[in-house]
Design a protein around this ligand. Structure first.
Ligand SMILES: NC(=O)C1=CN([C@@H]2O[C@H](COP(=O)(O)OP(=O)(O)OC[C@H]3O[C@@H](n4cnc5c(N)ncnc54)[C@H](OP(=O)(O)O)[C@@H]3O)[C@@H](O)[C@H]2O)C=CC1
Ligand SMILES: CC(C)=CCC[C@@H](C)[C@H]1CC[C@H]2C3=C(CC[C@]12C)[C@@]1(C)CCC(=O)[C@@H](C)[C@@H]1CC3
Length: 336
């Protein structure tokens, strides 16, 4: 029996590195499905994977997690292609229009908070969010809600008697309770939609475990650390990629003080790979698994308790269900 793995946002960065690492571990026992918004980049990713692993089974799926209709039709297609799903990696994510507070950064450099600032980006980053054509906040829709809907639609493939499945979220150490508001789950009012969406994914993962463990579905969250990808390049748009490359020795040096500077997508995918090898029943639903890299370049995974509680996770889940039902109703009305 082969293991069926679906990865969202698999055409670049951490998602693509995960696919490479999975195939290098077990090329014949895997059926990989790359669920991507940009199909040109998805084709390129598939070609690159097949060049390194010519016998691999790598399929593509069109999926825009920010769009309810795209998620529903992608899930329909998955149900046609597969009769079960063993791993669902919810990795697609955006941090649009980041605003980097240079003053706060230099102030932070000379404060006792400097390590936390480098590990979490706390206090130095905000974002300007947009609204999707379906009326949702873009960051919330892409990072959280589209993935929630995908799990709900794929329930029959994920919940099987006598078989377990794992849902694994690429969250972040930038997820802060202070950025999240239960009365404004889409973050219409603040300027930290990214942090809010990642905190919501931590809460949702807990709620999923409460609901679905009995049906064999287990959910976990990871943080890949600070990884150089298109997402992080955009934090300093004035910095060309070449300048980041020149800064690498400095970033490697900072790694001696904070092992959260994983820097490469390969290293960032460490916790995602570690979870692949775990029996899901042994995992703690209230911890986040962090990819870490030591000063000498060794990778490892560390579990750290999250600042989440059951009551808030249940309240968020109820709100997501309500939003799902409202949006599906709207979609049906449009189709009539
Ligand atoms: N880099 C870092 O330091 C950190 C990253 N993360 C998280 O890691 C995850 C991967 O990001 P990373 O690899 O760094 O960045 P990349 O920008 O390289 O990857 C993001 C992926 O998400 C996809 N994506 C974006 N929007 C959508 C959408 N609407 N529908 C489907 N796919 C979409 C992108 O595809 P497309 O080609 O279509 O744009 C791309 O494949 C994200 O969730 C991010 O928040 C967490 C902590 C730190
Ligand atoms: C130029 C030098 C020496 C450092 C770069 C400074 C910042 C641009 C950088 C420091 C910590 C980084 C960081 C993130 C973005 C870029 C930084 C602020 C994240 C917020 C990216 C997204 C995440 O999910 C977080 C885990 C990252 C935390 C660290």
């Amino acid at each position: 029996m082969t293991t069926v793995v679906l990865v969202t946002g698999a055409n670049s960065g951490i998602g693509l590195a995960l696919c490479e690492r999975l195939l290098s571990q077990d090329v014949d026992g895997l059926q990989l499905c790359l669920a991507c918004r940009n199909m040109r980049r998805a084709q390129a990713a598939r070609c690159a994977l097949l060049t390194s692993f010519p016998t691999a089974q790598v399929a593509l799926l069109q999926l825009d997690t920010s769009s309810v209709s795209s998620v529903i039709s992608a899930a329909r297609e998955v149900k046609v292609r597969y009769n079960r799903l063993d791993y669902l990696y919810l990795n697609a994510g955006i941090m649009p229009n980041p605003q980097f507070d240079v003053k706060a950064f230099f102030k932070g450099l000379f404060s006792s908070n400097v390590i936390t600032m480098f590990a979490t980006g706390e206090g130095i980053l905000t974002q300007k969010d947009d609204v999707t054509s379906e009326g949702l906040r873009e960051v919330f829709a892409t990072n959280l809600f589209g993935h929630f809907l995908l799990i709900r639609e794929l329930e029959p493939l994920l919940c099987h008697e006598a078989l377990t499945s794992q849902v694994i979220w690429t969250s972040s150490s930038n997820a802060h309770r202070s950025a999240f508001n239960l009365e404004d789950i889409q973050h219409f009012r603040g300027n930290q939609p990214y942090s809010s969406s990642k905190y919501a994914s931590d809460l949702l993962s807990l709620a999923l475990n409460t609901r679905y463990n009995k049906q064999g579905l287990y959910s976990s969250v990871i943080c890949p650390g600070f990884v150089m990808t298109s997402l992080t390049y955009s934090v300093l748009p004035a910095f060309p990629a070449l300048l980041w490359t020149l800064l690498m020795p400095l970033l490697w040096f900072i790694r001696f003080f904070t092992n959260t500077f994983t820097l490469t997508p390969y290293n960032g995918a460490e916790a995602l790979m570690w979870l692949f090898g775990q029996s899901p029943e042994s995992l703690d639903p209230k911890v986040k698994y962090h990819s870490l890299t030591s000063g000498l370049g060794n990778n490892y995974t560390q579990a750290r308790k999250m600042d989440i509680d059951l009551e808030t996770s249940e309240a968020l889940y109820a709100k997501l269900l309500q939003l799902e039902s409202d949006l599906k109703m709207k979609l049906e009305e449009k189709q009539i």
